[in-house]
Design a protein around this ligand. Structure first.
Ligand code: HEC
Length: 422
């Protein structure tokens, strides 16, 4: 797989090239900002060079802190370092950001139910693995947004495989159609792509409008129409795979940032606003949008899902709450998430009328269960091997009522086996 190796070079390889040169110490100050506020000490400049290529070093400051071994376990899926640089980096991190450092602890809620987690580790370093989804045959697909890859865990063999996608697709999500066809959203190059695992080739469908730049999250309706959001472009799209036609509509509220999308039993797509206090119903025939205003100016909702009675459950990421909107009565009710106003609930899935979501703003980051009947919470720290790290950005149910998660920091695809709904 030649493309596979290219992606490797484009990812962690760039850092290795810098480390291999004797310019390491001088390169650091030129390339990174001094305002990062990493603690002073030997090794700091190396950390600034090798760790700031993919994300700001503020990730380190906001981390839960780890032992030296656990820092090693955290960074291994991000970048392969030569032994001396690795030692310098780990010594520095363990000294300045030990487990006692945690600036944003979570509140885990204990309870009687059990959840077990099974993990797979994707191979591309720092790939930002995300959005796993299960196909009808049991295969699990996900995308590597940074590595520009799509991956599959084959149910029959358990084999994991990753393929490179067309240049700059930077896939944000993946969906499977009713016939098992694999579709990804090219967030980087304004496309929806169909990927064929038999050939390793993708066929791209480009957005018909240059202002429609960032296909984000999508869902197929029961007629095979693909509905999707474009967050920065502030649009919602409709794609017909049979004709290839793409239609787009712009949201009236500027900067609404349409994000998560789900389709109700009547076939109406519902969209969560990540930039405003709204959720939006789409008329599937006319594409007319109805904006529902949610309480609280700082409210914003990354994602939503729909219960069997048609009520819309959303994460109020801005205020750290879980919310419910009843389209029949217009009633809105919100509950404080256990880890508080800064817990930043992110992904959500309603499975057998139990609500599951994650608190991404705290560490360890919890998977939270909410039972609407008893209005009670229970939560579990989501593992990455022996550590906790990452943000679950999307979660979807498996066909048998369990839950697919991921950890974007540690290349993890995770299957959570849930307790039976009662
Ligand atoms: C090749 C890319 C890459 C490099 C290099 C890299 N990381 Fe990361 N790292 C990631 C990705 C992707 C995430 C997930 C962040 C996101 O989704 O916004 C992440 C997240 C993190 C987090 C957040 C963990 C949490 O609690 O969620 C920490 C801490 C971190 N990295 C530390 C480091 C350190 C230390 C280094 C240098 C040794 C490093 N990273 C180098 C890709 C990289």
């Amino acid at each position: 797989m030649p493309g596979y190796r290219n992606a490797l070079i484009a990812g962690g390889g760039a850092c290795l090239a810098i480390l291999g040169s004797s310019l390491l110490a001088t390169a650091s100050l030129a390339q990174t900002s001094r305002s990062s506020a990493l603690a002073e000490g030997p090794g700091r400049e190396t950390v600034e060079v090798v760790c700031a290529t993919c994300h700001p070093v503020s990730n380190i400051i906001a981390s839960s802190g780890y032992t030296r071994d656990h820092w090693g376990e955290l960074v291994a899926p991000m970048i392969a370092l030569p032994p001396d640089a690795r030692a310098r980096v780990l010594d520095y991190l363990a000294q300045h950001y030990p487990p006692s450092h945690n600036p944003r602890p979570s509140t885990l809620v204990s309870g009687p139910l059990q959840v077990s987690f099974r993990e797979w580790v994707a191979s591309q370093p720092g790939q930002r693995a995300r959005d796993p989804v299960q196909a009808r045959n049991g295969d699990i697909w996900w995308v590597g947004q940074r590595s520009n890859t799509i991956g599959r865990i084959e149910a029959r063999t358990g084999r994991m495989r990753e393929w490179l996608l067309p240049a700059n697709a930077l896939p944000h999500s993946v969906n499977i159609d009713a016939r098992g066809g694999v579709w990804y959203l090219g967030n980087g190059n304004g496309t929806i792509g169909k990927f064929d695992p038999a050939t390793g080739e993708a066929r791209e469908h480009h957005m018909p409008d240059p202002n429609a730049r960032d296909p984000h999250t999508g869902e197929f309706d029961r007629n095979g129409i693909f509905w999707f959001t474009l967050q920065i472009s502030n649009m919602i799209g409709r794609f017909d795979p049979r004709s290839g036609e793409i239609r787009l509509v712009t949201i009236a509220t500027p900067g609404a940032r349409p994000y998560g999308i789900r389709i109700d039993a009547q076939g109406n797509p519902w969209v969560a606003c990540n930039g405003s206090n709204c959720i939006i119903r789409v008329d599937p025939r006319t594409m007319a949008l109805t904006e529902v205003r949610l309480p609280g100016e700082r409210t914003h909702a990354r994602r939503l899902d729909i219960a069997s009675d048609g009520t819309i459950w959303y994460v109020n990421s801005g205020l750290g709450k879980l919310g419910r909107y009843d389209p029949r009565t217009g009633a809105i009710k919100e509950w404080d998430s256990p880890s508080g106003p800064n817990s930043h609930p992110y992904a959500i899935a309603v499975i057998n009328d139990i609500v599951w979501y994650n608190e991404s703003g705290v560490r360890p980051d919890p998977l939270v269960r909410f039972d609407p009947k008893t209005e009670t919470f229970q939560s579990w720290a989501i593992p990455s091997g022996n550590i906790h790290a990452g943000i679950v950005r999307h979660m979807r149910a498996t066909r048998d009522g369990n839950l697919l998660l991921h950890q974007d920091s540690t290349n993890r695809i995770i299957l959570a086996t849930l307790p039976p709904a009662r």
